[in-house]
Ligand binder design. Structure first.
Ligand code: FE2
Length: 370
């Protein structure tokens, strides 16, 4: 009667980053920090003046990056509770989908816990659909469908553009977003992204790869079929002293987003601009650069430039990549950013882990938490 059905593509097979929402104690001041230090522009605002009574949100953007900074205006709601427990941090890693209802249904069928059923929001700019599921800790993923929406961001937001006279670092887009989960929980969260999102594992490190004398972690990377969205998941591993992942879990009080890696097309220029704006980066032992040429072979960049800016380099069989990590972005040693430039490599800097952790341990030592 009918021809054989085509195998149905997973509703989350064609996705991309939409935005990241942070819950913070004082969104007005946080917005100023991300604009002045990281060169973001404010595009839109939501709050009492726009009909949102209990919170304020600022939409910051730069090229394909969209960050939303949200604070509560109440003493006793979920946003205030989240900030009390976790401090400032990432609440929602929101994913752009073609069909939010189908994405939400597939996720729930895969075992996800729903926090918001597909909800249609309308205003003069059209129709916007959002659904939300829970992931590790108190972190969530919203599925965003905006093909019927022409507005600046979402219903409830009004366009309100502001920029500050800081240097523009040329940040392009999110490369990957890393979650820290508890002891022995990496595999179950890897399975979660396989079941709920239809993701597969990109690459894996074991604690032999990512350990120093004092600290250790295990990590696996889950990704969609097109490799647009990459979610590395870390768990602490046993070392002589406290793992940096365990330090995160202690200060964040549970699992959460450890770092967001942001792509640039010219990392040296980006780091010069960010440094001029006052962004602080983790230092790297000078000896790292003495051994660099031998370790990574021929690269386009001058070693002396990389040494001056403390940029890390790693190579795999596809090419190489350059990366550097900021210091924590708030008082608690929790969330930080990575700046990354890829030159063919699809990796996450496995060969740099050792150098990075030596550097992180110096910071831990200063805080007395090693
Ligand atoms: Fe990373």
């Amino acid at each position: 009667m009918s021809t054989a059905a085509q195998p149905q593509a997973h509703p989350l097979a064609q996705i991309d980053w939409d935005h990241v929402e942070f819950y913070v104690g004082n969104a007005k001041q946080a917005a100023h920090f991300y604009m002045s230090a990281f060169g973001f522009e404010q595009l839109a605002y939501a709050g009492p003046e726009t009909g949102i009574k209990d919170r304020v949100s600022y939409l910051l953007a730069q090229n394909d990056l969209r960050f939303v900074l949200t604070s509560s205006l109440r003493p006793d709601d979920a946003i205030t509770e989240q900030v009390r427990l976790h401090g400032d941090g990432v609440k929602d890693v929101a994913i752009l989908v073609q069909d939010a209802r189908a994405a939400w249904k597939a996720a729930c069928d895969g075992g996800a816990r729903s926090l918001l059923e597909p909800t249609v929001l309308k205003d003069a700019d059209g129709t916007f659909i959002r659904a939300t599921i829970a992931t590790y800790g108190d972190t969530v993923h919203s599925f965003i469908q905006r093909d019927g929406y022409r507005g600046v961001f979402a219903p409830g937001f009004v366009e309100e553009r502001k920029s500050l006279p800081s240097r523009k670092p040329g940040l392009r887009a999110i490369d990957h977003c890393v979650g820290n989960v508890g002891w022995g929980e990496m595999d179950q969260w890897g399975d979660f992204y396989a079941r709920v999102f239809g993701f597969s594992q990109l690459v894996s490190f074991d604690d032999q790869d990512i350990s120093t004398e004092y600290t250790a972690l295990r990590s696996k990377v889950m990704t969609d079929p097109r490799h647009r969205v990459k979610f590395p998941i870390n768990e602490p591993a046993q070392g002589k002293k406290k793992s940096q992942i365990e330090e995160y879990l202690d200060f964040y009080h549970g699992a959460g987003v450890q770092h967001i890696a942001i792509r640039t097309d010219d990392i040296a220029e980006t780091i010069r601009s960010l440094s001029a704006n006052g962004v602080e980066f983790l230092d790297t032992p000078d000896s790292y650069y003495d051994m660099l040429a031998e370790r990574v072979g021929r690269i386009d960049e001058a070693i002396e430039t990389l040494r001056e800016l403390r940029i890390l380099v790693d190579r795999d069989d596809q090419g190489y990549m350059l990366q550097i990590f900021t210091k924590p972005l708030q008082d608690r040693p929790t969330l930080f950013f990575e700046i990354i430039q890829r030159k063919g490599s699809l990796s996450f800097g496995k060969g740099n882990f050792k150098a990075l952790f030596v550097s992180i341990e110096r910071e831990q030592e200063k805080r007395g938490t090693l």
